[in-house]
Write a protein that binds this ligand. Structure first.
Ligand SMILES: [Cu+2]
Length: 652
């Protein structure tokens, strides 16, 4: 059971964790189901489309999964941070550069938070961003193609958890480090944590036309753990809010040592002031190195190493950062649709604090400051708090909002969603979840106009909800109707990987913009073969380039001889099809690699080193026609120096 260690490390009281598990195990599934009426409300008839796309992180699968709502049907897994043999992502020569980092090729990550691009505080359906938590990275996925187009590494950070949340006009994607590390990174004793370790908040600028990301500036923060973030909107536009725990600055046994203080902090960052300070030359250049990877117009990935980042110290830029005292070990921070209210989920807190943006602005004007930490004024709790949700449940984590002034907070420990009214913090309703809910989402729940039809619980543990599958059980999402006064559970559905966080958008916003083929005439891959008569094999020393075409239902060439053991053979396969949903695959016996999956109009390259003499078949892996089984060829491998002439068949 994967979630158990998380329980133990995130809760101060082992007794509490035991109580929760007992509760979770005691609930028979039969008591928790929807009714027949509920089932009809999620039924999407064969041939019909879902109303929403939901994009859910795959957690430690490193990928992003696409589901339809309300049906919960899985539509696609988009490879992002992990190699994917099905799609040859991270295996084909064209996609390998996407996984380059300053540590070299890192073919896995832990993805947590998808964040849709926004225009005027509404989801605009252009891109979705997602974080790599382990080796700090942020990826951008194009929603017209549902493919990863760019990955930028974040220097001076570790555990990129508070990421990647998008400002209301996609001016920036924000990111912050969960684990403080020596800043700049260097060899120091761990016991010197308080002197040498620091946090980092990063602002990644997004080109409004192309989406291209650039690391604009970073803010060097005290060595706390920065956990989650939400940018402001409306009146609070220009600000971003970051939770932090471990204000104790513990470096060992954090479950106890980082749970001492009654309050930790939200860091409120005014990024417009930060921009001014950068423009005034108040930032320093730090000698860092990080990878920036992107896919060009011809669908070929590139990786470049960037040097140096622009870092601001809070003490050099007054007015840029304030701390809001926040009970206790806060996790999520969320901004309501009006942009006025900011709520936090303190894992160990007994209340949900709701801060007022206008109160914060007044507290800053009135200098309602308690003390300073690292040049950052700490505003008094009383001056910034708007109201507290009393007795909400146990282990509040995350909040999303509907379009009627209500908030929905996930309760990890008591496994429930609590609905409360934003303006006065009154609890209105609660519903159990099965089990141990982490994030939750309302479609558009972080925009100024949420679609308050559903809330979806994203759960860590399924226990008895599905047929058992050995030691590891599926993780799950639950669809809950929020149109009435009482929340109603409609559907459980298992997910691919941990559905850590998800966002959803009306299908109509992106459905009709989906790309169906890549135009062959626009294929700029240097190894493309645009017509079958140009198919050929060329040898340069030990390197052999096979310029191969694929069209229903044959490869050209499909007989190749004169290859020798130890050659470096590159199969450059171009799919000549120009029809929707006709990919071809390419696989060869014994390749230390995946197949290729080549979309219509695209070129993909498989690198292969033959190891022993013989004749090996290759074939199409993606069922493409009635004669798909005939889509096959042979390659003859001779001993090193055998002198068999290079030959191949052609259609000339
Ligand atoms: Cu085929």
């Amino acid at each position: 059971m994967r979630a158990l260690p998380f329980f133990r490390t995130s809760l101060a009281s082992a007794g509490l964790a035991a109580a929760v598990l007992a509760t979770a195990c005691a609930k028979p599934a039969a008591q928790a189901g929807g009714t027949g009426d509920a089932a009809s409300r999620v039924y999407v008839a064969p041939g019909q489309y879902d109303e929403f796309y939901m994009f859910a992180s795959g957690g430690f699968s490193g990928q992003l999964a696409v589901y339809g709502l309300p049906s919960g049907r899985l539509l696609r897994v988009i490879p992002v941070f992990s190699q994917d043999g099905e799609k040859a992502y991270g295996y084909s020569e064209q996609s390998k550069p996407m996984l380059q980092t300053s540590y070299g090729f890192v073919p896995w990550d832990d993805s947590h938070h998808p964040s849709l691009s926004k225009t005027d505080a509404l989801n605009d359906g252009r891109w979705i961003f997602i974080n790599g938590n382990n080796t700090p990275r942020v990826a951008r996925i194009d929603l017209a193609e549902m493919n990863t187009k760019e990955i930028i590494e974040i220097p001076n950070a570790a555990g990129n958890h508070a990421s990647p949340f998008v400002t209301q006009g996609t001016e920036y994607v924000v990111a912050a480090t969960r684990f403080s590390v020596p800043t700049p990174q260097r060899d120091v004793p761990i016991a010197s944590y308080k002197e040498n370790f620091g946090g980092q908040i990063s602002f990644i600028a997004v080109d409004p036309k192309t989406g291209k990301m650039t690391l604009a500036f970073q803010i060097h923060m005290p060595g706390f753990d920065y956990d989650l973030a939400r940018p402001g909107k409306g009146p609070s536009h220009g600000w971003a809010f970051f939770t932090s725990y471990n204000s104790e600055q513990a470096n060992t046994l954090k479950e106890r040592n980082a749970s001492q203080n009654d309050k930790d902090f939200i860091a409120a960052v005014n990024w417009q002031v930060a921009e001014q300070c950068v423009a005034q030359g108040k930032a320093k250049r730090w000698p860092t190195r990080y990878a920036h990877n992107w896919v060009d117009a011809g669908d070929v990935a590139h990786s470049e190493m960037v040097s140096g980042s622009t870092v601001l110290e809070p003490s050099d830029c007054p007015g840029m950062v304030y701390y809001l005292p926040t009970p206790k070990s806060p996790h999520g921070v969320d901004v309501d649709p009006t942009g006025e209210f900011i709520s936090a989920g303190g894992k160990l807190a007994t209340v949900i604090p709701v801060f007022g943006y206008s109160r914060m602005a007044k507290a800053i004007a009135d200098k309602a400051v308690d003390r300073e930490i690292g040049g950052i004024p700490v505003l008094t709790y009383e001056s910034v708090i708007s109201c507290e949700v009393k007795e909400p449940g146990l282990g509040p984590l995350h909040t999303e909002f509907d379009d009627k002034g209500n908030a929905y907070t996930s309760m990890f420990v008591s496994s429930e969603i609590v609905k409360w009214r934003v303006k006065d913090c009154a609890v209105l309703d609660r519903i159990p979840t099965y089990y141990a809910i982490g994030h939750l989402l309302v479609p558009g729940g972080d925009t100024r106009k949420p679609d308050g039809k559903y809330v979806i619980a994203l759960n860590k543990i399924t226990k008895d909800r599905y047929l058992p599958t050995g030691p590891e059980l599926a993780q799950s999402a639950q669809l809950i109707d929020i149109t009435g006064d009482k929340m109603q559970l409609l559907l459980d559905f298992p997910t691919i990987g941990e559905p850590h966080y998800a966002q959803a958008i009306a299908a109509s916003a992106i459905r009709d913009r989906q790309i169906r083929t890549f135009p062959l005439t626009e294929n700029t891959d240097p190894f493309a073969t645009r017509q079958e008569k140009d198919a050929r094999v060329e040898r340069k020393g030990n390197v052999v380039h096979v310029y191969m075409t694929a069209i229903r239902s044959h490869f050209m060439p499909d007989n190749i001889e004169g290859i020798e053991v130890g050659d470096s053979v590159y199969f450059h396969v171009t799919n000549l099809e120009q029809d929707w949903d006709v990919p071809h695959g390419f696989a060869i016996t014994g390749a230390n690699n995946s197949e290729l999956l080549v979309m219509p109009g695209q070129t993909r390259t498989l690198a292969w080193v033959p190891q022993r003499p013989g004749v090996l078949p290759f074939y199409c892996t993606d069922f493409c026609s009635a004669l798909h089984q005939e889509m096959q060829g042979y390659i003859r491998i001779s001993a090193r120096g055998a002198g068999v002439p290079l030959t191949f068949n052609t259609s000339k």
